[in-house]
Structure formats: C-alpha cells, structure tokens
Design a binder for this molecule. Structure first.
Ligand SMILES: Cc1cc2nc3c(=O)[nH]c(=O)nc-3n(C[C@H](O)[C@H](O)[C@H](O)COP(=O)(O)OP(=O)(O)OC[C@H]3O[C@@H](n4cnc5c(N)ncnc54)[C@H](O)[C@@H]3O)c2cc1C
Ligand code: SF4
Length: 420
C-alpha cells in the first residue's frame, strides 16, 4: 500500500527538498512556526534542512510532535502553517508538510531514536483512548518519567488514524511505526478494554495519580429518518471496515449516495470511487461557498469522479430511495441507490466516564480539568479545532497540566510528611 501511496503522492528527493527549503525567506519571528498549533517549529526544521542538517531537523520535529510523520501527511496546512508563510506574497507558500514528510521519512529510514523515556519519578497515569491525543499525552508523560497505561476499546491503537483517515492519504504502516515508537518508549496499551464497561473509572483513579479521558467522537451520528434502514451505513463504520479489510471489500454497491459535505463525506465518496463503485453522488447540505470540506479534499473528490450536489437536505426516505429538497430554491429530487452512507457528523460516547458532553460533542467548558482534580479531558472532546495537530497540541498541554498537579501534590505531600 505504501508503495502505491509513494507512487501516487511521491515525496521529495534530497535534491528537490533542498530546492524547496531554499525558497524559505528565513523570516525573523517566523509566522509559520507561530501558526502551527502543535509548535512543531517549521521555521527551525526548514532552516536545518537548508543547511543540510536533516538529522537536526528530525530532532526538532520529534521533540515537539509525537506524530510528526502523520501530521506531515494529514495536516490541513492551508489553514495553519502554510497560510501564514511569508513566501505567499511572492509566489506560493513553502510546502511545509512535504518537507516535514521528507525529514520524518529520513528519521525512519535512519532508525533514529530521538525520544527517550525519562528516569522513573514513581508516578503513574492512565489514559482512556489511544487516538492522537492519547498517544501524545503518553509520549510527553513517558519522557517526564511517568509510568503510562492506555486503555483502548478497539483491537488496535490510533483512533481515527487507524480506523478513519483513508489509506490513500495516510498509509497504515506510517501510523503503525509512530505507535510502535511510543510503545517502545514504555506505553502499556490494554487493547479491547472499554473504560466504563470492562474497567471502571473508580479503579483507574484508585491506581493512578491522574486519569485523562481522550475518547474522541468515535461514533457516527444517524439522522432519525435513516435509523434501522438496512441500506444505510455510517461514514466512520464504512471507512473502518475498508481499512480493516485493507480495501478488500466484497459487498460493494454499483451506485451509492453519500449524505454530507465535510471532509469525512469527501473521504467516503473518494474511497467508494477508488474501490471502483461506478456512480457515487454526494448530497451536501452546504452550498459550495459555505462548504466545510477543505479545498484540497473537494478537488480530490471531484477528480475521483464523484458527482457533488450542493444545498440539499434529505426530507424523506423509503427503503433505498431518498428525497432531497434544496434549502433555498424550489427543487426536489429523489435518488435511488444500492447504498446510502451517512456522513453527518460524529458523536461522543462518554457512558460511565463521569463527564458531561454538550451538543457540540465536547465538554461544556474551556481547558482540560474536570470537577474531579484527578481527572482530565483532552483531544476532540476538549474545546478547540478537531484535527490531528490540535489533538497533539491538546495532548501536550494536558500533560503539562497533569504534571504540575501531580508534582504540586507530591511536594505538598512531602511537606506534610516532613511536618509529621
Ligand atoms: C474520516 C476522518 C478523516 C479525518 N481526516 C483528518 C485529516 O485529514 N486531518 C486531520 O488533522 N484530522 C482529520 N480527522 C480528524 C482527526 O482524526 C481527529 O480530530 C482526531 O483523531 C481526534 O483525536 P482524539 O485522540 O481526540 O480521538 P480519536 O481519534 O477519536 O480516538 C479516540 C480513541 O478512544 C477510544 N475510545 C473511545 N471510547 C473509549 C472507552 N470508553 N474506553 C477506551 N477507549 C475508548 C476509541 O476507540 C479511539 O481509539 C479526520 C477524522 C475522520 C473521522
Ligand atoms: S505539524 Fe502540521 S501545522 Fe504544524 S508545521 Fe507541521 S504540517 Fe504545519
């Protein structure tokens, strides 16, 4: 698969990466670094590449971002680092994601082992969920000397890195390599273990200095009219199925309708076409000028041959026939298809975790603490953007907050002990 990915989206060679890095204006107080949510510091690593120090560039990326090779491939750079790039004023922004990919590929090929487990500080934390946020928390805490247990309800780690983002955009072996690195650092992952069912929060709290909940929005929303319809599948259910089967799906429809206009809908529609489904129609609530999907994803979906119809909402469904009405004009259409895939958002399942989730599918307050001083939240369920690089940021920030809390209480405990 990676070979296919490399053929379809070839990375830089040593010569071409130098050429791209040479376009960098070496800005003082670089805006690209300020615009990276995870502080991956592109200005610094591009400068290192420019001076032929790819090893140093790899160290900069890895020390700031446990998932640098993944972010290099999936970050919506057009709204973060590359949006801020000063070079845009001359011609086009530096391809920061591409350079990051070259450097992290070098790191992997050279078998560099940049992060080291910190000397044990005798403290222990538990993480609920092994998506990008949980993986970043684990990395930061391991380097600080904490023992880390991760509880993951699925068979594999990675959350949407493993079960959501399609292989053609993020090869599995890149995800597996990043996770292996974190396991080698000392993370102990308990697979097939749902917290709130197989193990309860009280037990985790009793056995750890802190618990962080990073469960993401791992379930699909279903519009009531589509409930219990055998022709309907959810977007994340479908994408997970394709990833698990490594693309070898046997029950493919001849034609399919995808409902939704975000990046997830684009991933589903493009995946269907790549699996040779003849007719794929995407029906989006949004009109094109208000589209949620990134321009890059929208372009890729169109190029894959998907018909995209904007501004329509489903109003009725009868078996495999769905009727859509336009939001603003007097227009109605009924589409019959073998398969209806719903990409209308994801929801959080926080059953028995002791936290409240609001209608935005996040905790109803800013920050990472909860009413229980030992329990924290992070990742998609914490307020802020819902992207991998933001999960990395939120993972780093909550780790610092937990460390302060634990070390603060440890100092207090020492003082109390000293007074006795
Ligand atoms: C199809 C798709 C494509 C995407 N594409 C991109 C992209 O190109 N770029 C980008 O930046 N972002 C993308 N995203 C968004 C990105 O994947 C998320 O923002 C990110 O994964 C959130 O990380 P997280 O760790 O908070 O949660 P998740 O990745 O959702 O991980 C949560 C983990 O918690 C586990 N879990 C849940 N409940 C429990 C429980 N009770 N006990 C134990 N474990 C539990 C789940 O199994 C899962 O492994 C995409 C999302 C989807 C769905
Ligand atoms: S991590 Fe993502 S947003 Fe940050 S510099 Fe790298 S590609 Fe840009």
């Amino acid at each position: 698969m990676t070979k296919k990915y490399e053929t379809e989206a070839p990375g830089y060679t040593m010569t071409t990466v130098m050429e791209e890095a040479a376009r960098c204006l070496l800005c003082h107080d670089a805006p690209c670094s300020k615009a990276c949510p995870a502080d991956t510091d592109p200005a610094r690593f591009i400068r290192s590449v420019r001076f032929n120090n790819v090893k140093g560039a790899a160290e900069t990326i890895r020390e700031n971002n446990a998932l640098g090779a993944i972010c290099a491939r999936v970050c919506p750079t057009e709204k973060y680092c590359e949006l801020a790039c000063s070079r845009t004023g001359i011609d086009c922004p530096i391809d920061i994601g591409g350079i990051q990919r070259y450097v992290t590929d070098f790191e992997q090929a050279a078998k560099m082992d940049i992060l080291k487990q910190g000397k044990s500080n005798g403290h222990h934390i538990a993480i609920v969920g092994s998506g990008p946020a949980g993986l970043q928390v684990a990395t930061t805490m391991l380097t600080k000397g904490y023992a880390v247990d991760i509880y993951e309800k699925a068979e594999k780690a990675g959350g949407y890195l493993t079960y959501g983002i399609p292989e053609y955009r993020l090869p599995n072996d890149i995800v597996e390599y990043e996770i292996k690195r974190i396991v080698n650092l000392g993370a102990n992952i308990h697979y097939n273990t749902t917290v709130g069912k197989d193990i309860m929060m009280d037990e985790l709290k009793a056995n750890n200095d802190a618990v962080v909940i990073a469960v993401g929005a791992s379930e699909s929303k279903v519009l009531p009219m589509f409930a219990d319809n055998e022709n309907v599948e959810t977007a994340v259910g479908f994408l997970a199925r394709v990833k698990e089967a490594k693309g070898n799906i046997t029950d493919l429809p001849e034609n399919a309708v995808v409902v939704g206009g975000g990046d997830v809908a684009m991933d589903v529609a493009t995946t269907l076409r790549r699996l040779n489904v003849k007719n794929v129609t995407d029906m989006a609530y949004e009109e094109f000028d208000e589209f949620k999907a990134s321009k890059k994803e929208l372009k890729g979906t169109r190029e894959a041959g998907v018909t995209i119809v904007d501004g329509y909402v489903p109003t009725a469904v009868n078996g495999n026939e769905v009727t859509f009405k336009h939001r603003h004009i007097d227009s109605e259409m009924t589409i019959k298809s073998d398969k209806i895939i719903l990409a209308v958002g994801q929801r959080v399942n926080a059953a028995n975790l002791g936290i409240t989730i609001d209608k935005n599918e996040e905790v109803p307050y800013a920050g990472y603490g909860t009413a229980d001083p030992k329990v924290f939240v992070t990742g998609d369920i914490a307020q802020g953007d819902k992207t991998v690089v933001w999960a990395v940021r939120k993972g780093k920030e909550v780790a610092e907050q937990m460390d302060k809390m634990i070390m603060g209480s440890a100092k207090e405990a020492d003082l109390v002990g000293g007074n006795e």
